[in-house]
Write a protein that binds this ligand. Structure first.
Ligand SMILES: CCCCCCCCCCCCCCCCCC(=O)SCCNC(=O)CCNC(=O)[C@H](O)C(C)(C)COP(=O)(O)OP(=O)(O)OC[C@H]1O[C@@H](n2cnc3c(N)ncnc32)[C@H](O)[C@@H]1OP(=O)(O)O
Ligand SMILES: Cc1cc2nc3c(=O)[nH]c(=O)nc-3n(C[C@H](O)[C@H](O)[C@H](O)COP(=O)(O)OP(=O)(O)OC[C@H]3O[C@@H](n4cnc5c(N)ncnc54)[C@H](O)[C@@H]3O)c2cc1C
Length: 640
C-alpha cells in the first residue's frame, strides 16, 4: 500500500474553513480526553492478537461465535492487565478492539448486571452483583417467547410459588411460551433473568423477573429440566448466540425472584409494587443507550460515504473537463450532507437523553415516580425515531457509494445489519412510537383542560391559527416555531379523529386503533423537533397543510437548503474527520483516512476464501463432469 494521502482528500482538508481538531475536542469533551482516547486506540492497534482477526464474514457461524468469545475474553483480560477503571477508557478499548463484532457478553454487562443492581433488594444485589461483575456468574435477559415479544402481559412462561418447598416452579406450558431470541442464551451464559407470570395462592400477579441458573457452574452442562439451543443464523449479530429455552417444571429458590419492588412472602402473600411497570426498568435503560448506538452507526456510515465521495471521480460535470469528484454533484450533497447534520443532531440528542435518564431514574430509585411516564415516552420515541432515521440514512450512505458500497469491504453492510436489529429489539419501533403517541394524546387533552404540561410538550397548547414569520434569514426561532406548529397541529388532528371516533360510539380501544396512523405521523413530527430547513423541505406537505407557510416562504426554504449544501461542501470532509474514527475502527476500504480506496479494495479481494486456489474443487466435482457429459452428447445445442 502506498503511504501517500489521496490528493483530493488532501485538498479537501486544506480548504476547510474551520479546524476539525477543535470540533473533535468538543465531541469528546476536551483535548485531554481526545488524547487519552487515541492512546487507548493505539494500544489496540499495536496488539498483534487483536489485529489478527479477519472480518467476520470470512468465517462460518461456528467460527464467528468462537472468535467472538475468544476475542472478548482476551479483551477482558487485557482490561484487567491495563488496569483501566474509568468507564470511558474501558468503552474506548472495547470499541477499538472489537469495532464491528457484537459481544456474546454484551447482554451480561448491558442488561443482566444492571438489572440485578436495580431490581434486586439490597441483599440480593450484594450477593449477586459482585458475582456478575467478576464474571463468576454469566447471565442474560430472557423475556421474549416464540409467541410474544411486544405484548409482555401476554407472556406465557409461569413461575408458580410452592410454599411447601419455598420454591418457584418455572414452566413453559405451550409451544408459544418457549423463550426465543434472548441473546447469549444458547451457548454462553450459565444464568438468566427470566420474565415470567407469577402465580401464588392460585392467583396470577403478572410478569416478574427471576434469576435462574441454566447451566452447571462446574462443566457448563444444561441443568436438568431445561432445553436450550441456538435459534440459527440471522441478518447480523454474527457473534451473538441468540437462543431458545424451554422449562419443564424447573425449581428455583423463593429468594431468586427480584424483590426490590414486588415481593412474595414465605406464606405466599404477594406485596404489590408502587407501579407495576417498574419491572420494565431495564428496557427503558437500554432504549436510552440505543440512541447513542444509532449515532455511532450513522456517523460511521457517513464518514465512509463522505470520504469516498471526495475520492471517487465519475463522469464529467463540465463538458470536456476532468471527471468530477462525486461529492460535487448537488444530488450527492443532498443525499449525504443532511445525514452528516443528522449525525451531529443524534449525538446531542443521545447526550441530552442520557442526562434526563440519569436524573429521572435516580428520582425513581428514591421512590418518586412522578416523571416515569415522561421518561418512558421520551425513551420510546427517541429510540424508534433515531434507529429508523439512522437505518434509512445508512442505506442512503451505502447506495451513495455505488457498487463498492454493496461489498462488505465498504464496511457499511455490517453497520446496517447490526443496527437495524435495534428497530425491533428493545421494543418494536411502531409499538414504541405508539407508546409516545398515547402520552402525547393524554397530554393534549390535559392541555385542552388547561392543566400544565412538562416543558418538552408545552408546545401542544400553542395557538394553531398563528402563521409563520419566517423571513430570508430563516432564523432559528422561526424554524423551531414551524416544527412546533407542525407537531402540535398533527397531534391535534389525530386527537380530534380519536375523539370523533368515540363520539360515533366506538369503544375507546377502537377509537384509538382507528387513529393510530395519524398518531404515528404526529409522533414522528414530535421527534422531528431536532431538525431544521432540510426537514421542512422534505416534509413540505405537513407544514403547508393549514397554510402555515405562504408560497414566498416555501421558496425561501428551497433556496436556503441549496445554499446550505454549498456552505457545507468545503467543510464536509473536515466535519467527518472530526468524529475521529481511526481506520481500524471503521474497517472500511472506502472510508480510509488516506483515501487509497482502490489499492485497499484490490488487496482486500485477495483475501477472499475463493482465491485460495486458482481452480476451485467445484470444478472437479461438478463443472468438469457436466462439461464432459455434454461434450459426449450428440446434439449439444439442444441441451444448452
Ligand atoms: C457500528 C457502531 C455501533 C453499532 C451498534 C449496534 C448495536 C449494539 C447493540 C448492543 C447489544 C444489544 C443487544 C440487544 C438487546 C435486546 C434485548 C431485548 O430485546 S429484551 C426484550 C425487549 N422487549 C420489549 O421491549 C417489549 C416491548 N413491549 C413493551 O415494552 C410493553 O409491552 C408495552 C410498553 C408495549 C406495553 O406494556 P403493557 O404492560 O402492556 O402496558 P399497558 O398497556 O398495560 O400500559 C399501561 C400504562 O403503562 C405505561 N407503560 C408501559 N411501559 C412503561 C414503562 N416502562 N414506564 C412507564 N410507563 C410504562 C403505558 O404507556 C401505559 O400508559 P397509559 O397509556 O395507561 O398512560
Ligand atoms: C437482534 C435481536 C436481539 C434480541 N435480543 C433479545 C434479548 O436479548 N432478550 C429478549 O428477551 N428478546 C430479544 N429480542 C426480541 C425482541 O425484543 C422482540 O423481537 C421485540 O420486542 C419485538 O417483538 P415481536 O418479535 O413480538 O414483534 P411483534 O410484536 O410480533 O411485531 C410484528 C408486527 O406487529 C406489529 N404490532 C405488534 N403489536 C402491535 C400493536 N400493539 N400496535 C400496532 N402494531 C403492533 C409490529 O409493529 C410489527 O409490525 C431480540 C430481537 C432481535 C431481532
Amino acid at each position: 500500500m502506498s503511504n501517500e494521502v489521496n490528493t483530493d482528500l488532501l485538498k479537501e482538508r486544506s480548504t476547510a474553513t474551520f479546524d476539525a481538531e477543535r470540533l473533535t475536542e468538543f465531541i469528546y469533551k476536551g483535548p485531554e480526553k481526545v488524547k487519552r482516547k487515541r492512546q487507548i486506540q493505539n494500544i489496540v492497534l499495536q496488539d498483534k492478537f487483536l489485529q489478527s482477526f479477519k472480518p467476520t464474514e470470512f468465517y462460518d457461524r461456528d467460527g464467528q461465535y468462537n472468535n467472538a468469545v475468544r476475542r472478548q475474553i482476551y479483551i477482558m483480560d487485557r482490561l484487567e492487565e491495563l488496569g483501566f477503571r474509568s468507564e470511558t477508557d474501558r468503552l474506548n478499548f472495547r470499541e477499538a478492539a472489537a469495532p464491528v463484532e457484537l459481544s456474546p457478553f454484551g447482554l451480561h454487562s448491558g442488561m443482566f448486571v444492571p438489572t440485578l443492581e436495580r431490581q434486586g433488594t439490597p441483599e440480593q444485589s450484594r450477593k449477586w452483583v459482585p458475582l456478575g461483575k467478576s464474571f463468576k456468574m454469566i447471565g442474560t435477559y430472557a423475556q421474549t417467547e416464540l409467541g410474544h415479544g411486544t405484548f409482555i402481559r401476554g407472556l406465557e412462561t409461569t413461575a408458580t410459588f410452592d410454599p411447601e418447598t419455598q420454591e418457584f416452579i418455572l414452566d413453559s406450558p405451550t409451544l408459544s411460551s418457549i423463550k426465543y431470541w434472548p441473546g447469549n442464551v444458547a451457548k454462553t451464559v450459565n444464568h438468566c433473568l427470566v420474565m415470567a407470570q407469577l402465580y401464588t395462592q392460585g392467583k396470577c400477579h403478572g410478569t416478574h423477573l427471576f434469576l435462574v441458573q441454566v447451566r452447571s457452574m462446574e462443566d457448563h452442562t444444561i441443568m436438568p429440566g431445561l432445553e436450550i439451543g441456538d435459534i440459527g443464523p440471522k441478518l447480523g449479530f454474527d457473534g451473538v448466540d441468540n437462543g431458545f429455552m424451554k422449562f419443564n417444571k424447573y425449581r428455583i429458590p423463593r429468594m431468586n425472584m427480584l424483590m426490590r419492588y414486588a415481593k412474595v412472602l414465605e406464606n405466599g402473600d404477594y406485596i404489590k409494587p408502587k407501579n407495576a411497570k417498574l419491572t420494565y426498568g431495564a428496557m427503558v435503560m437500554v432504549r436510552v443507550w440505543i440512541v447513542m448506538d444509532a449515532f455511532k452507526a450513522l456517523s460511521r456510515a457517513t464518514v465512509i460515504a463522505v470520504r469516498y465521495s471526495a475520492v471517487r471521480r465519475q463522469s464529467e460535470l463540465r463538458p470536456g473537463g476532468e471527471e468530477a469528484q462525486v461529492i460535487d454533484y448537488q444530488t450527492q450533497q443532498y443525499k449525504l450532507f443532511p445525514l452528516l447534520a443528522t449525525s451531529y443532531a443524534f449525538l446531542l440528542a443521545a447526550e441530552g437523553m442520557s442526562q434526563i435518564y440519569a436524573k429521572i431514574s435516580s428520582d425513581i430509585e428514591r421512590g418518586n415516580l412522578e416523571d416515569m411516564p415522561q421518561l418512558h415516552a421520551l425513551a420510546c420515541g427517541l429510540k424508534a425515531f433515531c434507529t429508523w432515521v439512522g437505518c434509512e440514512g445508512i442505506e442512503v450512505c451505502r447506495m451513495s457509494c455505488g457498487g463498492h458500497g454493496y461489498s462488505h469491504a465498504s464496511g457499511i453492510p455490517k453497520i446496517y445489519a447490526n443496527i437495524v436489529g435495534a428497530c425491533t429489539y428493545e421494543g418494536e419501533n411502531t409499538v414504541m412510537m405508539l407508546q409516545t403517541a398515547r402520552y402525547l394524546s393524554k397530554s393534549y387533552f390535559r392541555g385542552q383542560r388547561g392543566e400544565s404540561l412538562p416543558e418538552l410538550i408545552q408546545y401542544l397548547t400553542i395557538d394553531l391559527n398563528v402563521k409563520s414569520t419566517l423571513g430570508e434569514d430563516c432564523s432559528f426561532e422561526s424554524l423551531v416555531a414551524a416544527y412546533s406548529h407542525r407537531a402540535a397541529r398533527m397531534v391535534a388532528t389525530a386527537c380530534k379523529l380519536q375523539n370523533a371516533n368515540k363520539q360515533k360510539g366506538m369503544p375507546s380501544h377502537d377509537a384509538w386503533n382507528k387513529s393510530t396512523v395519524p398518531f404515528i405521523a404526529a409522533t414522528k413530527a414530535h421527534c422531528h423537533l431536532l431538525y431544521a430547513v432540510y426537514g421542512i423541505v422534505e416534509n413540505m406537505g405537513e407544514f403547508m397543510q393549514d397554510g402555515y407557510f405562504n408560497q414566498d416562504q416555501i421558496s425561501i426554504l428551497n433556496r436556503k437548503v441549496l445554499a446550505l449544501l454549498e456552505d457545507i461542501r468545503p467543510n464536509a470532509v473536515a466535519l467527518v474527520d472530526a468524529f475521529d474514527y481511526p481506520d481500524h475502527l471503521l474497517q472500511s476500504c472506502l472510508g480510509r483516512y488516506d483515501g487509497q480506496v482502490y489499492e485497499a479494495l484490490y488487496e482486500n479481494s485477495k483475501s477472499s476464501p475463493l482465491n485460495n486456489t486458482d481452480i476451485h474443487s467445484s470444478y472437479y466435482n461438478y463443472i468438469r463432469p457436466m462439461m464432459q457429459k455434454r461434450s459426449k452428447s450428440k446434439d449439444i445445442s439442444a441441451k444448452l
